[in-house]
Design a protein around this ligand. Structure first.
Ligand SMILES: [Zn+2]
Length: 445
């Protein structure tokens, strides 16, 4: 099966150019610069005129809720949302039921994905206070890293004992990706806010409770531990200007041992949006001030943020009722992450080339993903076509996620995901996901 993607504008490795791309079965076999294409016949010709052709997005941070929490989402529904959003690879987090903190639970996830994931996948292994002994048995060619909830209240995966933290940072054979929020500070803030405003304070207080200080103290500790133990640390979802002071500026030619992720939601929203969107945008760590958001926007351009992920974390709308105490934290975002970032490109926040670095190339570089994340000859044909200047509005019927809602409902986008190819196969086009297609496990290193 050969495919020609013809006449688009390719964006790859800092360059934007007119060209075409030949796919043979699963792989990109030829990238042709300029407007002519060879006089060869292909099984399929895709007309990309008017479109930008990017590597498929690699989302390093999702919660697809399977197994155990499938009333909210599952691998089938959320990988449909991924395909519709131009995401061809995702790394799922371990706070499912059971938690992915044993080798058996990890294998179960791979088995589930092999049956129902419509794009490529892998899974983080979750650290606990007492499972570091399993680290040597983890296969570094199969998983991106170890997820560590440092003092965050996600199930009982909260790792708070200092000896346990030291052991994890000293022995982890791969990247440690941390959720950094200090539980003691959060509990103290929650008690103070409750004393003033009652048992379930309005969501506008969420960033007071999950405060800058709670983030800073935990991120500071993570950086200190990583430095002491020469570990590789990737701090998930940074939210504050202050924390950015702890992160070195990483150049794409050389990523240091300490890197950080920002999420689309924290780059797009700020605390003023709680008024209109309420608990829909309640997530942990909290969306903070406009000043923090603007600092994150600066950091995606100067190398302190290396990767943009989503922290796609669906809940049912009924679980989002209430205030700071009662409403669940987390929101779906994977279907609209690329178009949202393209909107920020239109606003001049970042360039299209930089978007591709942060959402495609850098996740591949950081986690040493094999043969994905770039438009390169010989690489897997994970490709997304996006079309500018074509207005459309997010309505419920377009939402692929099981939860059936989005913080972006009613929003008009000017960019549209036209087509998504996963391993050379069109898994999404014209509003439809090919649910017969199953993605591949990602290989690393
Ligand atoms: Zn998360």
């Amino acid at each position: 099966m050969t495919t020609l993607i013809k006449g688009g504008t390719l964006v790859n490795e800092g360059r934007t150019f007119n060209g075409s791309l030949v796919i043979d079965d699963e792989r990109i076999t030829q990238i042709i610069e300029g407007n002519h294409t060879p006089e060869v016949s292909y099984d399929e010709v895709i007309d990309a005129s008017g479109c930008f052709v990017l590597p498929g997005i690699i989302d390093d941070h999702v919660h697809f809720r399977e197994p155990g929490l499938t009333e909210k989402a599952d691998i089938d529904t959320e990988s449909r949302a991924a395909a519709a959003g131009g995401v061809t690879t995702y790394f799922d987090m371990p706070n499912t039921v059971p938690q992915t903190t044993t080798l058996e639970a990890l294998e179960e996830k791979f088995a589930l994905a092999a049956q129902k994931s419509h794009v490529n996948y892998s899974f983080f292994f979750g650290a606990t206070n007492d499972n570091a002994a399993l680290f040597p048995q983890l296969d570094p060619h199969r998983i991106p890293g170890i997820k560590l909830f440092m003092g965050s209240s996600t199930g009982n995966m909260l790792v708070d004992r200092r000896e346990a933290l030291d052991r994890i940072f000293a022995t982890a054979p791969m990247i440690i990706m941390t959720h950094c929020e200090d539980t003691d500070i959060i509990n103290r803030n929650m008690a103070a806010v409750k004393a003033k405003y009652g048992d379930d304070p309005k969501v506008t207080h969420h960033p007071e409770i999950r405060s800058e200080e709670a983030c800073y103290e935990s991120t500071r500790l993570a950086v200190e531990l990583a430095t002491r133990h020469h570990a590789r640390l990737h701090v998930a979802h940074l939210t504050t200007e202050r924390e950015l002071g702890l992160i070195p500026s990483n150049q794409i030619s050389h990523l240091s041992n300490i890197t950080a992720e920002a999420t689309v939601s924290h780059l797009y929203f700020c605390d003023r949006d709680y008024t209109a969107l309420g608990t829909r945008i309640k997530c942990n760590p909290a969306i903070k001030t406009e000043r923090d958001r603007d600092a994150l926007r600066e950091a995606i351009n100067d190398g302190r943020i290396t990767v943009i992920g989503t922290d796609h974390a669906p809940h049912l709308l009924s679980q989002k009722e209430g205030g700071c105490a009662r409403a669940a934290s987390g929101m779906p975002m994977i279907q609209f992450s690329l178009v949202t970032m393209l909107e920020l490109v239109d606003q001049g926040v970042l360039s299209l080339e930089r978007l591709v670095e942060l959402m495609c190339h850098n996740p591949a570089r950081l986690f040493e993903v094999r043969q994905r994340g770039f438009l390169r000859e010989g690489y897997q044909a994970d490709i997304v076509l996006v079309r500018p200047n074509t207005g459309w509005t997010v309505t419920k019927d377009r939402i692929q996620s099981r939860c059936g809602w989005s913080p972006m409902e009613g929003h008009m986008y000017l960019w549209r995901v036209e087509r998504t190819l996963c391993n050379g196969h069109t898994v999404y086009s014209q509003g439809r996901v090919d649910t017969s297609y199953i993605g591949q496990p990602v290989a690393f290193r």
